[in-house]
Design a protein around this ligand. Structure first.
Ligand SMILES: O=P(O)(O)OC[C@H]1O[C@](O)(CO)[C@@H](O)[C@@H]1O
Length: 454
C-alpha cells in the first residue's frame, strides 16, 4: 500500500507548523464529514461496488487487437486520466517499442488540444487503417473534442474507412451529439455513468478502454481502488491518510497557504500530478459556498518534477512567499536499475557517485529537498509508492478523489460542479459563430471594449 509521511507538516519539525492536537481537534467531526461525502455514495465510489464496468470494457478486447494505434480524443477529465495511466503503467518509450515488445497491444496517443501543430504531428504519422479513435466527452459537445473528432472523421472518410469500425464514443447515456451520431451510424459506444463527473471518471470506461488497449491490468486498478475506498473512508485520523492530508491542506489554506505543489520524483508518475491538478483546481476553486455566500476559495495546484525542478523552482519554494504546501511523490523500486560506473575515481568531486544507483541518487535528492524545505519552515509531506503497478495507481486515484471530496466538505463548497468554465465555453461558441450565442457575444464584447494594445 501507499505510505504517507506527514512529519514535516507539524510543528515538531516546523516552527510555524500544525500541532497534532490541532489536527485531532479539527478531526473531531470527521464522522459527519465522511457521512456527508458518502450519502449518497458518490458515483466514483459506487462504480467500484461490482465488476460491471470492467466486464463491459473487457468485451472489447478482441476488437481492440485489430489496431496498432489507439487515439484518445478528449480534453480535461476526458484525457488527463488516460494520459496518467498510460505514462505511469507502461514504459515511457511504449509507443516506440516494437509490436512484439508491446505484446501486440496498441500504441496510445492523446489528442487533447486543438493546436494544429500537435494534431497534425500525431495524425500525420499514423496508418489510419490500423487506428481506432476513442472520442470521449461527458457533455458530448466540447469544442476541442468535437473539432478533433471532425478532423479524424474527415481523414477516415477520405480513405473510405468505415466510421463504425474506426470510432468508439464514450459519452453520457443520453445527452450530447455523440450519442445521436452513434445511434445513427451504428458506432460502438461506452457510457459515462450519470453520477460520475469528468474529473472523477478515470476508473469508468473513460480511462479503462485506452488502458485495456495498451495491456494495463484494469482489474488490478479496481483492486487498488477498492482497497483505497476501505482505507480512505476510515473514520480515524490515525489510520486514514486521505483524511489527514485533507485536514492538513485545509488547515494550511486557512493560514494563507494557497498553493499546493505536487512533485513526483519519477517521470512515470509525473502525469498523475497533471490529473491531480484538474481534480483539485476544478473541484475546490469556487466563488460560492453551499449557502450561496461569496467565498472565492480554493488552492492553486502546481506540478513540479524532481529532480529537474530543484534547479528551477525550489529556490522559490524555500525562500519565496510562504504560501505553499508541497507533496512529494517518492518511488521506492523503479524496476530499472542503472548504476553509475567507476570512472574518474581519482576525482574527489565525482568519486562519491561511483557505484551509486540513479534511483538512490534521486531519492537522496528528494530527502535533501524535503529536509531543506522543512528547515525553512515550508510544510511538506511525502507519499511513497513501493513500486508502480495498477494496484498502487488505483489506490492513489481513489485516495485523491476521496481527499478532494473531504476538502470540499471542509470548505463547505460543492466539489462536483465547475460553473466557472461555462462562460469561457459559451464565448468560444459565440466567437466561432455558433447560432444562439449572438447576444452573449455582443454583451461581453461591449463590456470589454476598452483596449491597451502595443
Ligand atoms: O468530457 P467533456 O464534457 O467534453 O468535458 C471536458 C472537460 O471540460 C470541463 O467541463 C471544463 O473544463 C471539465 O470539467 C471536463 O473534464
Amino acid at each position: 500500500m501507499l505510505k504517507y509521511d506527514f512529519s514535516f507538516a507539524f510543528k515538531e519539525t516546523l516552527e510555524s507548523g500544525l500541532s497534532f492536537d490541532e489536527l485531532l481537534e479539527m478531526g473531531k467531526n470527521t464522522s459527519t464529514i465522511l457521512e456527508r461525502i458518502n450519502s449518497p455514495e458518490p458515483g466514483f465510489l459506487r462504480i467500484l461496488s461490482n465488476d460491471s464496468i470492467l466486464d463491459e470494457v473487457k468485451t472489447l478486447e478482441d476488437w481492440l487487437e485489430n489496431f496498432e494505434n489507439f487515439v484518445v480524443i478528449g480534453i480535461g477529465g476526458s484525457a488527463l486520466g488516460n494520459q496518467a495511466l498510460h505514462s505511469s503503467l507502461n514504459p515511457l518509450n511504449w509507443n516506440n517499442l516494437s509490436r512484439e515488445k508491446r505484446m501486440k497491444k496498441a500504441r496510445i496517443f492523446v489528442l487533447d488540444n486543438v493546436d494544429p501543430d500537435m494534431v497534425s504531428s500525431i495524425l500525420g504519422e499514423l496508418d489510419l487503417k490500423t487506428t481506432v479513435f476513442n472520442v470521449i466527452s461527458k457533455s458530448g459537445m466540447t469544442a476541442e473534442c468535437m473539432s478533433n473528432y471532425l478532423i479524424a472523421r474527415g481523414l477516415l472518410d477520405k480513405l473510405g474507412l468505415p466510421a463504425s469500425e474506426h470510432f468508439i464514443f464514450t459519452t453520457d447515456s443520453e445527452k450530447g451529439v455523440l450519442r445521436e451520431i452513434a445511434d445513427r451510424e451504428k458506432i460502438r459506444t461506452l457510457t459515462i455513468p450519470d453520477d460520475v463527473g469528468g474529473r472523477f471518471s478515470v476508473l469508468t470506461p473513460v480511462g479503462l478502454l485506452s488502458a485495456l488497449a495498451e495491456g494495463i491490468d484494469i482489474y488490478g486498478l479496481y483492486e487498488g481502488a477498492r482497497f483505497g475506498r476501505e482505507r480512505y473512508l476510515r473514520d480515524n485520523v490515525k489510520s486514514n491518510p486521505a483524511l489527514v492530508n485533507a485536514l492538513i491542506h485545509y488547515a494550511y489554506m486557512k493560514k494563507g497557504y494557497n498553493i499546493s505543489v505536487m512533485m513526483p520524483y519519477s517521470n512515470r508518475l509525473y502525469t498523475l500530478a497533471d490529473w491531480y491538478r484538474q481534480l483539485w483546481a476544478e473541484s475546490l476553486g469556487k466563488k460560492f459556498d453551499l449557502n450561496g455566500r461569496i467565498v472565492h476559495t480554493g488552492q492553486t495546484p502546481i506540478k513540479a518534477l524532481g529532480a529537474i525542478d530543484q534547479h528551477s523552482q525550489v529556490q522559490l519554494y524555500n525562500e519565496g512567499p510562504k504560501d505553499k504546501v508541497i507533496t512529494f511523490i517518492k518511488l521506492e523500486d523503479f524496476g530499472n536499475q542503472l548504476t553509475v560506473p567507476f570512472i574518474h575515481s581519482d576525482v574527489e568531486a565525482l568519486s562519491y557517485l561511483n557505484g551509486v544507483e540513479l534511483a538512490e541518487l534521486l531519492n537522496a535528492e528528494l530527502r535533501g529537498t524535503s529536509i531543506a524545505l522543512a528547515s525553512n519552515g515550508i510544510p511538506n509531506l511525502t507519499i511513497t509508492f513501493p513500486q508502480i503497478d495498477a494496484f498502487h495507481v488505483g489506490e492513489f486515484i481513489v485516495s485523491y478523489e476521496i481527499q478532494t471530496a473531504i476538502a470540499g466538505t471542509l470548505l463547505r463548497i460543492n466539489p462536483y460542479d465547475q460553473p466557472g468554465v461555462e462562460l469561457g465555453k459559451k464565448l468560444t461558441y459565440a466567437f466561432m459563430g455558433r447560432r444562439g450565442y449572438e447576444e452573449i457575444r455582443d454583451r461581453y464584447e461591449e463590456k470589454t471594449s476598452w483596449r491597451f494594445e502595443l
